[in-house]
Design a protein around this ligand. Structure first.
Ligand code: TRP
Length: 362
């Protein structure tokens, strides 16, 4: 069986280093591993609109930002199909048929839907149907491309579970047609959910605690300098705590031992540095200096690639347009199979027409 990757993001803001360690870095590695037959990465603009109903301009502006972030991070359009969800109308078609396979109560039990309903303050039945049913549309995104592997954060696990259920039900009723996907989670806890620079649980634009992939070197350094560390580590000699210490969480997510050794001279591994910090005698600024160096080493090539692509924005739209064409061709193939399986392929079924003709001639 083909090994196919599909994953995507809602284009509601520029991508930050949380996106990078949570998913983007892994996508580039998978792309370059040569282990996959096809890789699709897409912008879920239609899904973004389900909770930005009155703000289409925000989505429109961020489609190009996210495309630049993808390319800058190293996604290569000659290896990865980059596309935009709304440009694949077949996704609506598959979602429509998937709606027959899911009950209202099953959707209400989806933990992601549950928390998002609370977060956005929708009370009871005032929730827009499009928002409520987005797990179904997301299942269609995944199933349409017969993805075997979906690299994503653990917040997407309920979506994947729901997708597998839908695919299973579809195959049971209509015959083996679609593929059950597996989630591929980030490699370690620090990467799973990178906290904000203020130590809050999540990086988010509204909290102003993000380091963006497109931030300048100065901006990154400024943000690291003011980062949250250990409030009890007042004097250099005080024992420090690693738990909840954002600088160390970021180092866990970004720094290799080789980098620690190269930039500090004092420690061969990150663990040695952590031990010193916990014993006492290691100042926050020294840790932040290391983090700055490590972040710059990661982000500088990304910034440079972004600057190159920014010089020719029409070419970036052209990359997306071509990606949409490739994705659409794949979607049309799957829909042919889906229509055949669901017995709604009336006009390309000669046998059906002849059989009906015979039936009525008797
Ligand atoms: N829900 C994802 C997010 O919030 C975006 C998304 C839509 C997605 N469809 C997908 C991710 C399919 C993986 C696979 O970022």
């Amino acid at each position: 069986m083909n090994k196919i990757i599909l994953t995507g993001d809602r284009p509601t803001g520029k991508l930050h280093i949380g996106h990078y360690v949570g998913s983007l870095r892994r996508r580039v590695e998978l792309q370059n591993s040569g282990l996959y037959d096809k890789i699709f990465v897409f912008e879920a603009d239609a899904q973004a609109l389900t909770d930005n109903i009155e703000n289409p301009e925000k989505v429109r502006q961020n489609v190009i930002e996210v495309a630049l972030d993808y390319l800058a991070a190293g996604l290569d359009p000659s290896k990865t199909t980059l596309f935009i969800q709304s440009q694949i109308p077949e996704l609506c078609e598959l979602s429509f048929y998937f709606m027959d396979l899911v009950s209202v109560s099953r959707l209400q039990r989806n933990p992601t839907v549950k928390t998002e309903i609370q977060m956005r303050g929708f009370s009871g039945e005032s929730i827009p149907v499009g928002f409520f049913t987005y797990p179904i549309s997301q299942a269609a995104d995944i199933a349409m491309f017969k993805a075997t592997t979906v690299p994503a954060g653990d917040d997407q696990e309920p979506m994947l579970e729901q997708c597998r259920e839908i695919v299973r039900r579809f195959n049971n009723i209509y015959g083996e047609t679609l593929v059950e996907p597996n989630i591929l989670l980030p490699e370690n806890a620090a990467c799973l959910r990178l906290p904000g620079t203020d130590g809050k649980a999540k990086m988010s634009k509204s909290l102003g605690n993000c380091i963006y992939l497109s931030d300048s070197a100065d901006e990154v350094n400024r943000k690291v300098k003011t980062m949250y560390t250990d409030p009890e580590h007042l004097q250099v000699n005080d024992p420090g705590h690693l738990e909840g210490n954002t600088v160390f969480t970021y180092l866990d997510a970004f720094a290799t031992d080789e980098q620690v050794a190269r930039y500090t001279n004092d420690y061969a591994t990150l663990q040695e540095m952590k031990d010193h910090y916990t014993r006492g005698g290691l100042g926050d600024m020294k840790c932040k200096k290391l983090l700055m160096a490590v972040l710059q080493e990661t982000l500088e090539p990304i910034r440079q690639r972004r600057a190159e692509y920014e010089k020719d924005i029409p070419a970036v739209y052209e990359i997306l347009r071509k990606g949409c064409e490739v994705a659409r061709a794949a979607a049309c193939e799957t829909m042919d199979e889906v229509r055949r399986a669901m017995k709604i392929n009336y006009f390309d079924d000669r046998a059906l027409i002849e059989e009906q003709a015979r039936r009525f001639q008797k």
